[in-house]
Design a protein around this ligand. Structure first.
Ligand SMILES: C[S@@+](CC[C@H](N)C(=O)[O-])C[C@H]1O[C@@H](n2cnc3c(N)ncnc32)[C@H](O)[C@@H]1O
Length: 297
């Protein structure tokens, strides 16, 4: 009851944080930090941008009375370099037209997290910073944007997940640009159990149930066979909220584009359309990418 009242009070604060995560994701992160987080490991926020994820969790820790013990609790990583793709997320705010490609925006993030700076350690590039080896209780991943950074997350951070304690929160489950995220979710399914798919948003939540062996963490996730690939995307669709079906289907097509299997990509794309998938923006964009990749060949 205390949490619920606190949550109602904090709700306007959570919603006004500038960030790409949805309202449902903010609620989830707040709820997790206030009610579930036990303190047996650290919270790691990979790809925080302006800190909306970080502050949602910090507010939750505060609401749950989990800030009494001194020491860092949240480790945050971001390049803090502006990219024009961020512009659409700041339209109508004081940040509109403020930053150009490559500008450093760490000051903006620091201002957003300032009331919690004692419990937060901020780092930049995931690849060069790595992880210092403490147990990780909550791994929020919104930075698997390239295969290189993905490999670094797998080798540096995953070995520190604790079976039956740790959670992995994957962003990028609802769109087609990072299809290796779907492949990894499939490859890791014996070790991380799917718990909850946040409706209408990229976030989907897993609980670690067993250590993930090194040989699984080091699988070449861009070279799966067609059979395994098709099974991987079927699995992702099974665990997804229906609002994400078309993004996952477009990711399936994209995976074959990245493997240079253009005919297979086209067949998968047309099969989905025959199944009744709408020709929405993800489907049009992935087909445009397929056509461009094919013409370059
Ligand atoms: C989609 S944005 C994150 C949005 C943020 N989680 C939110 O909800 O507002 C992805 C972030 O990943 C960061 N990123 C990409 N590659 C990275 C790397 N190698 N190390 C650290 N951060 C990285 C980018 O700087 C960017 O801010």
């Amino acid at each position: 009851m205390k949490i619920l009242n606190y949550y109602r009070e904090l709700f306007p604060e959570l919603v006004k944080l500038k960030g790409m995560i949805s309202e449902n994701e903010r609620k989830f992160l707040f709820h997790y930090a206030s009610k579930v987080f036990s303190g047996q490991g650290m919270i790691v926020d990979l790809g925080c941008w302006l800190g909306a994820t970080t502050v949602s969790m910090a507010l939750g820790l505060k609401a749950g009375g989990k800030l009494q013990k001194p020491g860092k609790k949240i480790y945050v990583y971001d390049l803090f370099k502006w990219n024009h793709v961020f512009n659409q997320h700041v339209v109508g705010t004081e940040l509109e037209n403020l930053y150009n490609d490559g500008d450093d925006f760490i000051g903006e993030y620091e201002n957003n997290i300032k009331q919690f700076k004692n419990i937060i350690e901020t780092r930049r590039d995931i690849i060069s910073s790595g992880w210092h080896g403490e147990n990780i209780e909550f791994l929020l991943i919104d930075a698997m944007k390239t295969p290189e950074v993905t490999k670094s997350i797998l080798t540096e951070f995953y070995p520190f997940l604790m079976p039956n304690v740790s959670f992995v929160y994957h962003q990028d489950f609802d769109h087609y640009l990072t299809p290796w995220v779907h492949i990894l979710i499939y490859l890791h399914r014996p070790y991380v159990k799917h718990i909850h798919d946040v409706p209408g948003a990229g976030g989907t939540v897993f609980k670690c149930i067993k250590f993930i062996p090194d040989e699984v963490l080091s699988v070449d996730f861009m070279s799966l066979t067609e059979n395994d690939t098709d099974e991987a995307f079927k699995y992702c669709k099974r665990i997804a909220h229906k609002s994400k079906y078309s993004g996952i289907a477009a990711a399936h097509v994209m995976y074959y584009v990245l493997q240079n299997k253009f005919d297979k990509a086209f067949y998968v794309w047309s099969d989905y359309l025959w199944e009744g998938y709408k020709l929405n923006s993800d489907f049009i964009d992935v087909k445009n990418l397929l056509d461009k990749a094919r013409n370059r060949k």
